[in-house]
Design a protein around this ligand. Structure first.
Ligand code: FES
Length: 64
């Protein structure tokens, strides 16, 4: 699924960047892939994915 239409970035590319340790926060995700570098509309979804994949314990704690 496309997350960033401006840069043509998919959720799979974000997951790969997280798995490879290249994206641990929104800043590094933006530097690595260019997320939210144009219109910024993808930032909210990208942050949710990042929290889910890079910080699973935080996502788990937010469920309760
Ligand atoms: S949709 Fe990602 S910067 Fe516009």
């Amino acid at each position: 699924m496309y997350v960033c239409l401006c840069r043509g970035i998919t959720d799979s590319q974000i997951k790969k960047a997280v798995d490879e340790g290249k994206a641990k926060c929104m800043r590094s995700l933006s530097v690595e892939l260019g997320i939210a570098g144009d219109c910024g509309r993808c930032g909210k979804v990208a942050k949710q994915l990042l929290e889910q994949w890079a910080m699973p314990e935080v996502a788990f704690n937010n469920v309760a």
